[in-house]
Write a protein that binds this ligand. Structure first.
Ligand code: SF4
Length: 298
C-alpha cells in the first residue's frame, strides 16, 4: 500500500458501493488526476448538515445527562494525523466519561470517532466503546458497522482492551447496539479485500464507472457523468432495468447508437418501443468486490 494513501472508514464505506471511487481517489492522491472541483453536491451537503445537527443533539444529550465530556482538541494546522493522535491519546487515561471527536489511527487506517464512551463491566473493569451518530432511522448499514469495527479495533490497540459492544445512535433517537465479536470476521475479510485492492498497481486496477447508491454523494459525480455522456452510455436509457442491461451487454450493446441497431426483441425496453433518454436513477452495484461490477443490480 502506498504510504501516501490514507484509508478512512468513510473511504471504505464508499468503496463498498463503488470500486471506481477508490480508483479515482487514488489517481488524485497520486497526482495523475486533478481533484474534482465541484466538491460536495447540494444533496450531499444537506445530508452532511443534517448529520452534524444529529451529532450535536447526541452531544447535548450526553452533557445533559451530566457526563464528563472531553471535546478533543482539534488538529493543528500542518500537524500530521498521526501526531494529532499521539498528542490527544492521553485522553483515554483521564477522568472522562465521553471523548467527543477522538482521532484514531491503526494499521494503515485512520478515522475520527464521534463518541467513545467509558463503560465498566460487572467486575469493575473499564473499557471504551464507540458510538457513532448516524442519520439512518432504522438498522445499521454495512458501512456503519465497518466504521465501528475499525474504531473498536483501534481502541483495543491503544488501550489493550477490546470493546465488547459498539453502538449506533440513529436519527430516530434509538441506539442500536452490536456485539463486536459478531462482526470481527466480517471486518477482517473486508480488510483483506481492501488491502488487495490498495496493493494493486494502479494500471492493474480495472474499474469502470457504474451507477450506484454512492453517486448522489460522490465528489466525482461530474467526472463520471461526463464520461457516460461522452460514451453515449446506456446509463441514460430511461426505464432500463438490470435484466435488460444484462441482455444488452451480453449482445455487446453498450452505447446508445449500438442499442438502436439491437434486435427489437432483445429486451423488454426495446419491445416497449421506448426511445426516451434521460438519466436513470442510481441503483446498487456489487459491493466490496474490489472490481467494478459489470452490470447494475437493481
Ligand atoms: S460518481 Fe458513481 S460511479 Fe462515479 S466514482 Fe462516484 S460512485 Fe462511482
Amino acid at each position: 500500500m502506498s504510504p501516501e494513501r490514507s484509508v478512512t472508514p468513510t473511504k471504505i464505506t464508499a468503496w463498498l458501493d463503488c470500486a471506481h471511487f477508490l480508483t479515482l481517489t487514488h489517481q488524485v492522491e497520486d497526482g495523475t488526476r486533478e481533484a474534482p472541483a465541484g466538491g460536495m453536491g447540494a444533496f450531499a451537503r444537506l445530508l452532511a448538515d443534517k448529520g452534524l445537527q444529529h451529532e450535536a443533539a447526541c452531544l447535548a444529550e450526553y452533557e445533559g445527562q451530566g457526563k464528563r465530556v472531553l471535546h478533543v482538541p482539534s488538529r493543528h494546522p500542518r500537524e500530521s494525523f498521526q501526531a494529532w493522535v499521539v498528542r490527544v491519546g492521553s485522553a483515554f487515561d483521564g477522568e472522562w466519561d465521553v471523548l467527543y471527536q477522538m482521532p484514531l489511527a491503526h494499521d494503515g487506517i485512520r478515522g475520527i470517532a464521534d463518541f467513545l464512551v467509558r463503560t465498566v463491566d460487572d467486575d469493575g473493569r473499564g473499557s471504551w466503546e464507540p458510538v457513532d451518530a448516524k442519520l439512518a432511522r432504522a438498522q445499521a448499514k454495512p458501512g456503519h458497522v465497518l466504521q465501528l469495527c475499525f474504531y473498536a479495533e483501534a481502541i483495543e490497540a491503544v488501550t489493550g482492551t477490546r470493546p465488547a459492544e459498539m453502538h449506533l445512535w440513529l436519527g430516530s433517537g434509538a441506539v442500536e447496539t452490536l456485539a463486536v465479536h459478531d462482526f470481527s470476521a466480517y471486518w477482517r475479510r473486508l480488510r483483506r479485500q481492501l488491502a488487495t485492492v490498495l496493493d494493486d498497481p494502479a494500471d492493474q486496477v480495472d474499474t469502470t464507472a457504474v451507477p450506484c447508491v454512492h453517486c448522489g454523494f460522490c465528489t466525482f459525480a461530474d467526472v463520471c457523468d461526463a464520461q457516460w455522456r461522452a460514451e453515449d452510455s446506456l446509463v441514460y436509457v430511461a426505464g432500463l432495468r438490470a435484466p435488460e442491461w444484462e441482455t444488452l451487454l451480453a449482445a455487446d450493446v453498450v452505447t446508445l447508437p449500438s442499442s438502436r441497431s439491437a434486435p427489437p426483441t432483445s429486451t423488454a425496453w426495446a419491445r416497449s418501443g421506448s426511445s426516451a433518454w434521460a438519466p436513470r436513477p442510481p441503483c446498487s452495484s456489487e459491493p466490496g468486490s474490489g472490481r467494478a461490477p459489470t452490470r447494475p443490480t437493481c
